[in-house]
Design a protein around this ligand. Sequence first.
Ligand code: BYC
Length: 330
Amino acid sequence: MYAQMVDTGANKLRALEDMGPEERAFQERVDADVKIEPKDWMPEAYRKTLIRQISQHAHSEIVGMLPEGNWITRAPSLKRKAILMAKVQDEAGHGLYLYAAAETLGVSRDQLVADLHAGKAKYSSIFNYPTLTWADIGAIGWLVDGAAIMNQIPLCRCSFGPYSRAMIRVCKEESFHQRQGFDIMMTLCRGSAEQKAMAQDALNRWWWPSLMMFGPPDADSVHSAQSAQWKIKILSNDELRQRFVDQTVPQADYLGITMPDPELKWNAERGHYDFGPIDWDELYNVVKGNGPCNRDRLQTRVKAWEEGAWVREAALAYAEKRAARAQKAA
Ligand code: BYC
């Protein structure tokens, strides 16, 4: 599969015969689907790529709590409030597994968090859009968690053991998240004309940004070819995006709402939906920090970190006290 990416990708890959003995042995293990574990030899670039991707993924989970967190106090019933609280809490857990997986590569969580707060680290573009109505919470679960699962299922088979294992649990939880989002959309679409219009409006605003979550087109994806050779990426950005469109359009039909894309059409010859052009300038602009909520998201994270300093200090003091007591008793 990565031969296909080499044709379109920006990077040239190294052939096995050009590698030194350690690198060749590493690549042969990857090719044989043997997991790479933290203490195994690995190329420095593989380690750096994983730290980049896993930490961006962790930051996405943490920043991703904010758009939905905004609606916990405004959820329309106690049941919806409890469900949303549990979902947002799950996202925090995903962030923690992922920071822990990144730490196995020799980077500290404090450093990763400091980079996020300094605006140096990326996180998924999607979380820089506002949640204007309750229907947005439905659209996030249905589309954003749906896109996330599409991307994360192949990551369960990626070559790095701690990342692949974290993804298995994350995917199980994400599938509940996706269903709760679809359930919200379903309730709205079966409700009053006004509620259905809210669901349509949320779809209109979240559809294109959800397609952007899969990253730039393969031809412009700088990391794809190398990540495919290392089996960090099992499917390309465009393949995953197409699968997501094919899976989601019938779900919108079932809900009785329409994707905001006049060019969307089933192509019987390809066996896939054709869809209109994506505004890549919008993605690059949001990733550069100019999305509708980038500044607000970072400020909120930094404030939460500063205001939580006393909790971290107390937890550390307690752990030290317990360790000292245990040592004395021993
Ligand atoms: N947004 O060469 P490419 C969730 C960057 S959270 C921002 O294709 P790669 C949830 C990319 O990082 C789930 N940046 O890169 C949580 C790279 O920049 P750098 C989030 C993007 O890594 C709460 C550059 O563009 N999922 O489910 O091969 C509530 C070139 O791209 C984006 C993950 O994080 C973007 N959309 O492929 C609800 C999945 N796209 O690093 C839900 C893990 C691209 O060179 N990550 N960039 O400065 C991946 O699978 C891959 O990193 C990507 C990009 C497919 C995203």
